[in-house]
Design a protein around this ligand. Structure first.
Ligand code: IMP
Length: 423
């Protein structure tokens, strides 16, 4: 059986998963996205050029890798087209390297409008979504109002389906949001255009992956968002609408859990969160601003300022346990250079972390208990060996291993591919 590795985020997204994926892709035949949609913003810097992927799997920059989009992904086909067009000059054979499952649900233009309408209606209780239509699309899937990519292969049936669904969407758009109703003929024109464009990409993704594994292919499963944003395991309701922990992989691309040999979890050396919701170790004022500036913490999809704080071990341990993670990657260690003292939250005072995660309303009562470690002043961006890191940086890595009970196999110390330390 081929080797397969999954990579998921362990915090609130933006952990630098794409860096880790790009690194692991060197030994992979397939890279597979299994959930989420264009809410993701996966940044890879290769050969001095920065690429941000929203739907295209991060393995695309490696020539011999096939990229798959599994049926658990919600596909904004227009955004996908834009990404493909942008990459054509860098990846000339891109069309032959990407397969999209017919089972993906389509993010329709009205989903994006509804995303904004729901956020507005919630007022102060808004989630701070990315506005990419993710929630409304996954809701329609559950309501059986969704449209799959496969529907684009038969426009007569698609039209029939829209005849049923569109009046419902229009009720919502006009009554909840004071928006104009969507015209069926106009929408069908757009759908026809996009159907012709996407047809060559459509394929049977679960079968391709499983056949590949039978033939000893190596498969890399690329999570988007993270455990703490997972609809079931995250800080509900401040989460995304998919299973963005490891659990989403099996439903999202039809692979038996036993076929995944290694589950990598990615954590920054500190914490960030974009959007609303609990964040016990958040730093405010100048302290938060300093960390944001040092880490360039602005959203890759929306450009929003990310909230920043110290590494939260209780939350990390929860994420590790609930996704059966067995290997860690620690990213952005270089951002902590220059701190005289580095804090790590090792416990919550007077509360249990399971209570926090099952009841986010409790977060105000949680007080982090910090371990303080000496920092380092040296610039570590050009170091490639663990032994050459300042002793304080080595101690930090070893402490995270000790506190989580897992080996750290990769540490990143800069945005470029080469800025990695293998342990
Ligand atoms: P949605 O997925 O756009 O519905 O947003 C729901 C929540 O998840 C919001 O707090 C977003 O900021 C957050 N979120 C969604 N995708 C990402 C991501 O890729 N990185 C970080 N946060 C995300």
């Amino acid at each position: 059986m081929g080797n397969s590795v999954a990579v998921v985020g362990l915090q609130w997204g933006d952990e630098g998963k794409a860096r880790v994926i790009d690194f692991l892709t060197e030994t992979s035949d397939f890279v597979v996205r299994f959930q989420g949609g264009s809410n993701a913003g996966h940044t890879v810097v290769a050969n001095g050029k920065k690429h941000v992927f929203h739907l295209i799997p991060s393995g695309i920059l490696h020539d011999n890798v096939k990229c798959m989009i599994g049926p658990g992904v919600v596909l904004d086909v227009w955004s996908f087209k834009g990404e493909i067009e942008n990459l054509k000059s860098t990846v000339p054979n891109i069309e032959s390297r990407i397969k999209v499952s017919a089972g993906c649900h389509l993010v329709m233009p009205y989903h994006k409008t509804l995303d904004k309408i729901y956020e507005n209606l919630k007022g102060d209780a808004k989630l701070g979504t990315t506005g990419r239509g993710i929630g409304p699309c996954y809701s329609d899937r559950a309501l059986r109002h969704g449209i799959k990519v496969g529907s684009l292969l038969n426009l007569a049936i698609l039209r029939e389906r829209l005849e049923t669904i569109l009046p419902i969407q229009n009720e919502l758009l006009t009554k909840l949001g004071d928006e104009k109703a969507v015209d069926l003929d106009e929408l069908m024109k757009e759908m026809e255009e996009i159907a012709n464009w996407i047809t060559p990409f459509i394929g049977d993704v679960p079968k391709t992956i499983n056949d590949g594994l039978d033939k000893d292919k190596s498969v890399l499963f690329e999570g988007a968002q993270s455990v703490m944003l997972d609809i079931d395991y995250g800080t509900y309701p401040f989460v995304t609408s998919s299973n963005s922990s490891l659990t989403g992989l099996f439903a999202g691309c039809g692979v038996n859990p036993k076929r995944v040999n290694e589950a990598w979890g990615v954590t920054k050396a500190y914490c960030t969160r974009v959007g609303e919701g609990p964040f016990p170790t958040e730093l405010f004022g100048q302290e938060g601003e300093d960390l944001r500036t040092a880490g360039h913490e602005y959203g890759a999809t929306t450009g929003r300022k990310r909230r920043c704080g110290w590494l939260d071990i209780p939350a990390l341990k929860y994420a590790i346990e609930s996704s059966s993670i067995n290997v860690l990657a620690l990213t952005k260690l270089d951002v902590l250079s220059g701190y005289e003292t580095i804090k790590i939250c090792i416990d919550y005072d007077g509360d249990n972390y399971r209570v926090f995660h099952n009841n986010p309303d409790n977060v105000d009562k949680i007080k982090p208990v910090y371990l303080e470690m000496p920092g380092w002043t040296e610039n570590i961006e050009d170091i490639r060996d663990f032994d050459k890191l300042p002793q304080a940086a080595q101690n930090f890595i070893l402490k995270v291993e000790e506190l989580t009970g897992l080996p750290i196999k990769l540490v990143t110390i800069g945005a470029s591919r080469e800025q990695s330390i293998l342990l």
